[in-house]
Design a protein around this ligand. Sequence first.
Ligand code: NAD
Length: 387
Amino acid sequence: MKVAVVKETAPGERRVALVPEAVAKLRTAGFEVLVETGAGDGAWLSDDAFTEAGADIVARDEIAAAADVILMVGRPDEQAITGLRPGQAVLGMLAPLGDHAFAGRLAEAGVLAVSLDLIPRTLPRAQSMDALSSQANIAGYKAAVLAASEFGRFFPLLITAAGTARPAKVLILGTGVAGLQAIGTARRLGAVVSAYDVRPETRTEVESLGASFIELTSVGPASGEGGYARALTEEERQAQQDELAGHIGKQDVIITTAQVPGRRPPLLVTADALKGMTAGSVVIDMGASALGGNVEGSRPDETVVTENGVTVIGAGHLPSSMPAAASAMYARNISALLSYLVKDGSLAIDLTDDLQRGVVITYEGQVVHAALAEPAGGTARVDGASD
Ligand code: NAD
């Protein structure tokens, strides 16, 4: 079976789906591996390093023509979809939810599309494939380091002959995988850390990392399905923003990580709350996206300084800023999923398997994922049948 790695095309994307170590393991397992010229450049992985690990370096056209499976970090662009062959498989973080047109085009192309960002994360056998967690860990770490670097004072308590510096006060909003890693990293840098999440069950994890948990009196628990948060009602949202503003004004640094699956990120830090912060404070918005983020006025991949001197960094793509670590972890995730899908040298798709049903988007010309089912009369097949 020929497995290929393409060079990512999304602007600013520096990760690559396989690293040489993962190539060597796939070769040992009997796969042929093709790597597009320059695919690892952004992560400081040369074509020679891939060749030494047993890969063949090829042009993109050859991948389209020869590969059985194409591995990527993001999703294929329009041009790449046009070049796909029926029966070819594409594995990547395809972000298909809510994008019926994208799924429809993959189905029309006749490809098997598999999305790592839909891995059912509560299945123990899926943990090694959990790219959302591996990348969120990196993002949480980098957010804390970035905040420390942008902040014009120290994170730790420092007592020197030239005076004493008080430790920075850091607030983490959203304590899932990224938030917990941000807490741990900010604590290791010596900051005094507090954190808040609408899921009260995260309190013990927050406290075990040495941070204090903020409880809001105006908003009740909002745990949703599968360990995620549910969306808040308009009244809850307003109450949350108002009560959080009081806490935000006392902080030096805020890192926001809040997400609700399939929705735009909730707005937690309003423009008024930013006005209550002192000059020199730093806010990192990991939810920053074109649709808006957790912080009012943040812009994706841009730094904005408010009139009162607060630096707001739109940081929705932090894993790509640590491309070596992010690619190494992602390569393990995607290799584990590939190995899971292959039996006796070929892809063995079985949509009665709960893990496969979670990740397979299109198969044999149809959209088969339940979350992408078309309204009545559409072409989607959601019965989980494997033909
Ligand atoms: P996420 O990226 O979807 O969201 C990040 C955090 O934002 C979550 O903790 C969420 O509760 C919080 N949030 C959402 N709306 C909010 C609001 N209005 N105010 C404050 N906070 C808000 O979450 P994630 O990091 O992907 O993790 C989600 C869950 O999945 C966690 O419970 C995690 O432990 C669980 N998980 C389980 C496994 C496993 O069982 N193997 C693996 C990975 C993650």
